[in-house]
Design a protein around this ligand. Structure first.
Ligand SMILES: N=CN[C@@H](CCC(=O)O)C(=O)O
Ligand SMILES: [Zn+2]
Length: 411
């Protein structure tokens, strides 16, 4: 049945279908309609406009939205929500003075998660991951990217990607899968990084491509993990199997990964906590979306992506959660939007643009989600009565969401 939302205080992020992302100064503009209606039929947005143009009532289920805001669901373009167990002991170790790097060097970190995941059955892994996906959907996430990278063996990486596929089949929000075999060098390959990269390129990638389990290819380009040569090798190998790069770069150090990723035609470069002028220059006139992950900065107490420098240089910016057991055990996009305003000096308009239309772009979904546009999926957030949309980032920690709609149906 068609659902009509009427008397909406403001309908946010109203866009023409031609807009796939917003950059620079345009990010300060959030197109909206006051006192609006929105009609959802057959899973998509079929009509919207001011109340003065409300269509003749047909067989609609009507919801009165007086005092409430409606916006597209959050588009979370960077997560690792398929993982096994948690790493709260490492969190306590950090409280007691160890750094993320020191924990990784003593066998914690990504390889710790990989050990746990290798010992977890696919059924159990699915259950743990599905629970997290349901949690984030209830928090307003209406499209999500999920990475592998906690397997680090052919069998375990395939297990992760198969779980992502099961999630795609079961849940009706758009889900994109990214193969991140090059997340860390596994213990069995200590001192033989090249051997592990060869395994990724010559064994894992062909199998993943044959089974059509991934949309994107990723690598953790960082000191102590994988260097520029490794990055070029893996991204090229991924591309030869039809996977577009989306890359972890500049989390702790700038080693040229941004330019290398742009040169490889990356759809996005993610993290960017440490950015040089050269890194920013490399992104100018590129189609690559920079992606900031402020809840990772919060959790690890590392710098925030210098959003102002990027946006003021005319660049676009997307926001995502990075939901994972080590650096960001949270998939709450509402918190991410708040942190963007509080810690990165992004205006509410910039933060909402970054978490919707630009997030959609960063996972190749801007023709399906990310804005209020006729024909796009009716994946929608309806807020509680709130004074203004600026209240969303302002009221950090408060849940302002009244209802979430997925394909035009209430969750
Ligand atoms: N930095 C690399 N990967 C994840 C964290 C991995 C972990 O600590 O488990 C990230 O994006 O933050
Ligand atoms: Zn990540």
């Amino acid at each position: 049945m068609a659902i009509l939302l009427k008397n909406i205080k403001q309908l946010l992020q109203v866009r023409e279908a031609t807009v796939d992302k917003v950059s620079g100064k345009d990010m300060k503009h959030l197109p909206k309609i006051d006192n609006a209606f929105l009609l959802m039929e057959n899973g998509v947005i079929s009509d919207f406009g001011p109340m003065s143009q409300l269509p003749e009532s047909k067989n609609f289920e009507e919801i009165d939205c007086t005092g409430r805001f409606v916006l597209p669901s959050w588009c979370d373009s960077h997560t690792h929500i398929v993982y096994a167990g948690n790493r709260e002991q490492e969190f306590v170790d950090r409280i007691n003075g160890l750094s993320y790097e020191e924990i990784a060097n003593k066998g914690g970190g990504i390889v710790n998660s990989a050990e746990k995941l290798q010992q977890t059955s696919i059924e159990d892994l699915y259950q743990q991951s599905a629970k997290r996906l349901e949690q984030v959907m209830a928090l307003g996430t209406g499209a999500v990217e999920i990475k592998s990278g906690y397997g680090l063996t052919t069998e375990a990486e395939l297990k992760m990607l198969k779980v992502i596929k099961q999630l795609k089949d079961k849940y009706n929000i758009p889900i994109k899968a990214t193969f991140l075999g090059a997340h860390a060098v596994p213990k069995e390959f200590k001192g033989n990084k090249k051997g592990y990269l060869k395994l990724i390129a010559e064994e894992m990638l062909p199998k993943i491509a044959e089974l059509q389990l991934a949309d994107y290819i990723d690598i953790f380009c960082e000191k102590g993990y994988f260097d520029l040569d490794d990055t070029n090798y893996i991204l090229s190998a991924g591309k030869s199997h039809g996977l577009t790069p989306k890359v972890h770069v500049n989390q702790f150090n700038s080693i040229g990964g941004v330019k290398a990723s742009v040169d490889q035609g990356a759809l996005s470069v993610d993290h960017l906590e440490v950015m040089t002028a050269e890194d920013i220059d490399a992104l100018k006139n590129a189609t690559t979306m920079p992606v900031a992950l402020p809840s990772c900065s919060l959790f690890l107490s590392i710098p925030y992506t210098p959003a102002r420098k990027l946006i003021d240089a005319g660049l676009p910016l997307a926001l995502a959660t990075d939901f994972n057991p080590g650096s960001t055990p949270s998939g709450n996009m509402n918190l991410v939007v708040s942190l963007a305003s509080i810690k990165m000096n992004m205006t509410p308009e910039e933060a909402i643009n970054a978490a919707t239309i630009n997030g959609a772009y960063a996972m190749g979904l801007s023709n399906e989600v990310g804005s209020i546009t006729k024909g796009k999926k009716a994946n929608i957030i309806l807020t509680n009565p709130i004074p203004s949309y600026g209240y969303l980032p302002y009221s950090f920690g408060e849940n302002c969401i009244a209802s979430v709609f997925v394909n035009g149906k209430i969750l």
